[in-house]
Design a protein around this ligand. Sequence first.
Ligand code: UDP
Ligand code: LCN
Length: 806
Amino acid sequence: MSELIQAVINSEEKSDLRSFVSEIRHQEKRYLLRNDILSAYADYCDKHQKSEDFIQSSNLSKLIYYTQEILQEDGNLCLIIRPKIASQEVYRLTEDLNAEELSVQELLDVRDRFVNRYHPNEGDILELDFQPFYDYSPAIRDPKNIGKGVQYLNRYLSSKLFQDPRQWLESLFDFLRLHQYEGSQLLINGQIQSQQRLSDQIKKALTYVGKLDSEEPYEKFRYALQSMGFEPGWGNTAGRVAETLEILDELIDSPDHQTLEAFISRIPMVFKIVLVSAHGWFGQEGVLGRPDTGGQVVYVLDQAKSLEKQLQEDTTLAGLDVLNVQPKVIILTRLIPNSDGTLCNQRLEKVHGTENAWILRVPLREFNPKMTQNWISRFEFWPYLETFAIDSEKELRSELRGNPDLIIGNYTDGNLVAFLLARRMKVTQCNIAHALEKSKYLFSNLYWQDLEDKYHFSLQFTADLIAMNAANFIISSTYQEIVGTPDSVGQYESYKCFTMPELYHVVSGIELFSPKFNVVPPGVNETYYFPYSRWEDRVESDRARIEELLFTQEDPSQIFGKLDDPTKRPIFSMARLDRIKNLTGLAECFGKSPELQEHCNLILVAGKLRVEESGDNEERDEIEKLYRIIDQYNLHGKFRWLGVRLSKTDSGEIYRVIADRQGIFVQPALFEAFGLTILEAMISGLPTFATQFGGPLEIINDKVNGFYINPTHLEETAEKILDFVTKCEQNPNYWYEISTRAMDRVYSTYTWKIHTTRLLSLARIYGFWNFTSKENREDLLRYLEALFYLIYKPRAQQLLEQHMYR
Ligand code: UDP
Ligand code: LCN
């Protein structure tokens, strides 16, 4: 990249650079983000009548394209350039256009100076650097392979392991001897005491099962196999046992990474899983749409159901029914004593439709009953996590009669609890972010001190760093969650280097090229969400009731607005009422377009209708703002707002009723990590317009199976929707085309079956590699513990004291 700067400086483009820089200097903004830079450059090109050729292919244009941020300091500009995904270079451009490269440390100092929080005379600031811990572990080279960690790890470690056949066989043998279920030995028993004997006995067993009918059930020949040294776990029929033994035989004779993966995927080693989702109202009814209770709860519940089913299938297939193995999945959450009519005050609740999946609720200690008896915002939850983890450990041990095989954390708080639990119980830890707040709130780290009262980001970002580095593996819903796109920074990537002025500098917060990252997108619950055209599965009375609710019912306690013409095409959205979801932006976009109002009604399902009923700051602000917009644009007669808590069945039917009327779904978030409502709308057959900021960019192919919108450009968004509506009016087939492709997209890519198979395979493979490579992470874990005790805990304690005075 420095070559690109040099190329600009050493050519006739230098004069353009000089005048562009001078225009930047005259801007009021001292800190320009990519959008500001691009629009300043567009203005510059416009004003100076630059040719199309210059705009498209000059070195200056390329340089600007790659520049993510510009900070002005005295006469100098500091350019932060991202020449490719997951890499960053920083230059200081002096007044006389000299470019000098800055180190990460220098950049962080510049940023601190920018907010007047640079105090070199008071000593150095704490630097957090995780890079040394990753230096000795394998790293992916090509950014396009980021997120395919397990494939990479498998290939890399197999080739290392297979180089030394003696050691390889020893590891494999030790690994096979390891497995037990509640005291019963699995796979091989004491009769097989050496690798050679293992090899001989496999051949013997293969000859034996080869003579049986392939459908012969395992219990019929269990004891014959046992006498040869083989315990349950190889298969439920003679055919399945033979297959598994053959794979192992091949692995011993001529190992390769594919055979290894196939073999490990069959090993029964995961029976008990804990999913931690700590802060929200976690329940099965009456919880969605509240602040802090949205997609994460939906995701974890569906995942739990699907995992339990898959574990059952796997144990049956492995022949473990003879041992009466019962896989168990526990969702660990907090118990909320004042539970507002929900079951969140119950200790144990069975997950509907499962045999052995449970919600286990553990109360917070009663530091301050005014707080701990009630729901606590996710931004305030930090002081309660450590004791919650300690208390949960005991509860989990008694529910599971031992330790789990895998702990999956969700969101920052759940991931921190997962770290504490996994450390104490010595179990594999997996992280799921759902949303990393750092990238959701602009400048959240730079101005953390100003935001601390409301958001406590110092705790959240420290917890994020601890948990993401501690995790054995991380699953993300999209590639861009990790490293963004060629022109936008990823959510995890934003943790790579940042300053928390006066607290610490992060010079390397996470290794993005680590094979711990794996993209495993979620699915959508197909029992509730399915195409509108599946009439045979729809209940007519539900349809009629929902139709009335959406378009005509009058009930001021939970519905605002009456439609002048309920037959107009509905524009629909449903989300929690927080600022980032930007439903107010959608209302404003609708308000700004009289044409759109002529053709369509806007219908929202969101939050509460009354400020007094909400206990959440952002929700209260959004409620007030929505009323202001309705009045400002006089949306009366064209707009309805439902402040209802829907059951799952109703929330599925709502999308279908909108689709019956050839409506559309709009997801206008300022940023959306993934966006489950998008999957729900698409599988129901709704043409979907979703934000271009975040995960939806990967779910939707623009103009093929849905549309991108820029929610900060209200007129442009209204135009796009209007254009679609007009096209549909001219050609009714157009709606069906997009609708059909939306449904196909979800069925081909976003199902829970795909998700769970992949997740369990990851858990087994990471478990295997942790065992065989004896990865020594103790140094990293000690460093993380130090962060926890020295930074996180004292700050959490301070927050607890503040809570005491509330
Ligand atoms: N949801 C709901 N009622 C509401 C708002 C949301 O049932 O009033 C559900 C919605 O159907 C989806 C989830 O909550 O399943 C929201 O998930 P998403 O990933 O879209 O956003 P999040 O709330 O997690 O940010
Ligand atoms: C949290 C979010 O903000 C959404 O974007 C996701 O879809 C949801 O969690 C589930 O992962």
